[in-house]
Design a binder for this molecule. Structure first.
Ligand code: ADP
Ligand code: NI
Length: 211
């Protein structure tokens, strides 16, 4: 089992080593770490959570040109796993993404764990850093007071319309605290949420010339 995890890790690392929008191999490593921590606290299947965390971004539409091809690639990578584990992992990675916030809640404990683990890495100081790197990679501005945060987004408008890095906090990141699934996830998200609120206050004060 450990050998399988090592083999999958090596593959994912080679794929995402140079990813430049904040979904690089170190993001995956952090999500795996959060997934282990939350899975242990919640009594979830550790192997399924760990493998799902490892492959969760391989078929993401932000990263690969074709989601369908990405999913085929993951299926191939997981071909030696127990079919029930493989199906469960495929289900997890196709259901946990935010994509504008209109998706139904995930159902299995392991999907809840991996979704929380991915969301934890969207929050706090690391969440701030990833948001600016993502906005930069897309050519979005840091902030523009004339572009208002959107409150309803389709998958396509979420991905394709111009917004700003600061708007992303209001459009997604500040909403995550109330969307966490597990007790452990909620506990870890709270402190990271508070840090983002502080960051945004300081940002606004500096922008307004108060600080
Ligand atoms: P998921 O991985 O759940 O699909 P997203 O695609 O919404 O989540 O985004 C993952 C991370 O990428 C976010 O937490 C954020 O750091 C960054 N990101 C995504 N969209 C934007 C955006 N429009 N502006 C800035 N950062 C973004
Ligand atoms: Ni991710």
């Amino acid at each position: 089992m450990d050998r399988k995890i090592e083999e999958i890790s090596t593959y994912v690392k080679s794929k995402l080593e140079k990813e430049g929008s904040g979904h690089d191999w170190h993001h995956i490593e952090r999500v795996v770490k959060h997934a282990r921590q939350v899975a242990t606290a919640e009594g979830a299947n550790l192997f399924v959570c760990e493998v799902a965390a490892l492959v969760h971004d391989l078929a993401d539409d932000k990263i690969v040109a074709s989601e369908a091809e990405g999913l085929e690639e993951v299926k191939e990578l997981l071909k030696d796993l127990e079919p029930s584990d493989r199906e469960h992992i495929m289900e997890i990675i196709t259901t946990i993404s935010f994509k504008g916030g209109n998706r139904p809640p995930v159902t299995t404990l392991e999907a809840k764990v991996v979704q929380d683990a991915d969301r934890l890495d969207a929050l706090g100081a690391i969440g701030v850093a990833r948001t600016f790197v993502y906005a930069g990679s897309k050519g979005d501005l840091i902030y523009d007071p004339s572009i208002k945060p959107r409150d309803k987004m389709t998958v396509s408008s979420y991905r394709n319309e111009q917004s700003t890095a600061i708007n992303h906090f209001y459009e997604k990141l500040l909403t995550l605290k109330n969307l966490m699934n597990t007790r452990k996830g909620i506990e870890l998200a709270n402190q990271r949420h508070q840090f983002m609120v502080m960051f945004l206050e300081q940002f606004q004060d500096e922008w307004d010339g108060i600080k």
